[in-house]
Design a protein around this ligand. Structure first.
Ligand code: ADP
Ligand code: MG
Length: 247
């Protein structure tokens, strides 16, 4: 069953057509890795799904509710309901520097979901444990490594109990020796059947973790298939050329 259905999505910034008629589905419990050259529209696609960008045409349906249908956005309340089911993890972590780890985790559940302090603290502790940072609750982001910051960002996204997690190049701001600890957390979530869309340039990771790969180029989905199909039997020259450069 499709949890996200995107059809004929178009997005331009001024004269620049960044997404040109993009269509794809994401199934429940599916892990989809999105690969493609820099500037191909991967971030814009992801940001559009969570309404950080507004598209200029096409439809996005999440769990049978339209975020936008044929270019017309739903009412703000429905948009909020839909986007609250999705968690996003950014390349640059986007933690609040003036808040401790625990406070970063607590912010959205407290103010958006109006959850009790006890409940928020309990879940925050459990999620920090899950990402291997139980001892960092009282620490400020400046005193964490990049890999630790990104693991906090993942825990923070999980605090809202999302049905879908979106990752935008979660390891590309990290020193190589710190990527493993972040990828391991994402792999663990995959084993727990979390539905995820992961934009990544880590081809080995994409091959290992993804049920399906989407290859984007110049604002289009060029090819979609299993890792086996995309990496070992690409159908198009563009996919082949990209993989030759990336692997
Ligand atoms: P990717 O994530 O695949 O590198 P992006 O979605 O970030 O690609 O960008 C796709 C294209 O859109 C690029 O040419 C980029 O410069 C342009 N772009 C992205 N965001 C904006 C914006 N807010 N304003 C103008 N152009 C943008
Ligand atoms: Mg990007």
């Amino acid at each position: 069953m499709a949890i996200i259905e995107v059809s004929h999505m178009k997005k331009s910034f001024g004269p620049l057509d960044v997404l040109k008629d993009v269509s794809f589905d994401i199934q429940r419990n599916e892990v989809v890795a999105v690969i493609g050259p820099s500037g191909s529209g991967k971030s814009t696609m992801l940001r559009s799904l969570v309404h950080l960008e507004e598209i200029n045409g096409g439809s996005i349906k999440v769990q049978d509710q339209y975020l936008v249908k044929d270019g017309a956005y739903s009412a703000p309340k429905q948009i909020k309901t839909i986007t609250s089911r999705m968690g996003m993890v950014f390349q640059h972590f986007n933690l609040f520097p003036h808040l401790t780890v625990q406070e970063n985790l607590a912010l959205a559940p407290k103010y958006v979901k109006k959850e009790s302090k006890d409940e928020v603290n309990r879940r925050g502790t459990a999620l920090l444990q899950k990402v291997g940072l139980a001892d960092k609750a009282g620490v400020y982001p400046a005193n964490l490594s990049g890999g630790q910051k990104q693991r906090v960002a993942i825990a923070r996204a999980l605090m809202m109990n999302p049905d879908i997690l979106l990752f935008d190049e979660p390891t590309s701001a990290l020193d190589p020796e710190l990527t493993g600890e972040v990828l391991e957390v994402i792999k663990q979530l995959a084993r727990e059947n979390m539905t995820m869309i992961i934009v990544t340039h880590e081809m080995g990771f994409a091959r290992d973790v993804a049920d399906r790969i989407l290859f984007m180029d110049h604002g289009q989905v060029i090819e979609s298939g299993t890792p086996e199909q995309i990496f070992y039997h690409p159908k198009t020259d563009r996919t082949r050329e990209f993989l030759n450069r990336a692997m």
